[in-house]
Write a protein that binds this ligand. Structure first.
Ligand SMILES: Cc1cc2nc3c(=O)[nH]c(=O)nc-3n(C[C@H](O)[C@H](O)[C@H](O)COP(=O)(O)O)c2cc1C
Length: 131
């Protein structure tokens, strides 16, 4: 067993209204089958995604994500072994960001799991502070 946590950011390309919904539908099927969990943030231009799971399963999902034409410029921010999942119950939680940057950071901080490693929490909150 080798559990990992992976975070990347990317730039969305020509995203339609329905795209987030369709991405989440794929997540429900594949992440459930592969035991991959995590969260997805979208700020209108960029994605940040935290994925966690067994190494081989994570790679399977990531290989698909990297080929997805709905985004580009995937940049890895974190790729580390971990002891426990931060979001065991989230097949893929889409967290909506509030308009106001101050409120957004505070609200997101409250929504992130308590057991989330503080370094990862900072990375995610910093992404949410970008405008
Ligand atoms: C930002 C982003 C995040 C995604 N995250 C996942 C994911 O966690 N799991 C997944 O199966 N597909 C994810 N996808 C979708 C995959 O890239 C791919 O479209 C999907 O796995 C195709 O499977 P399907 O044709 O069976 O729906 C993501 C796509 C984007 C653009």
């Amino acid at each position: 067993m080798s559990l990992r946590q992976y975070i990347y950011i990317s730039t969305a390309l020509e995203l339609q209204e329905d795209d987030i919904r369709s991405i989440l539908e794929s997540c429900m099927r594949h992440n459930k089958e592969k035991g991959v969990t995590g969260l997805l943030l979208y700020n209108g231009r960029n994605f940040l995604q935290l994925l966690e799971g067994e190494e081989a399963d994570l790679k399977w999902v990531l290989d698909r994500i990297k080929l997805d034409a709905r985004h580009s410029g995937i940049s890895t921010l974190e790729d580390e072994p971990c002891e426990q999942r931060a979001c065991p119950d989230w097949l893929m939680r889409h967290i909506r960001l509030l308009d106001d940057v101050e409120d957004r950071r505070k609200r997101l901080d409250e929504q992130l799991p308590e057991v989330l490693n503080p370094r990862l929490r900072r990375i995610i909150l910093n992404f949410a502070s970008l405008n």
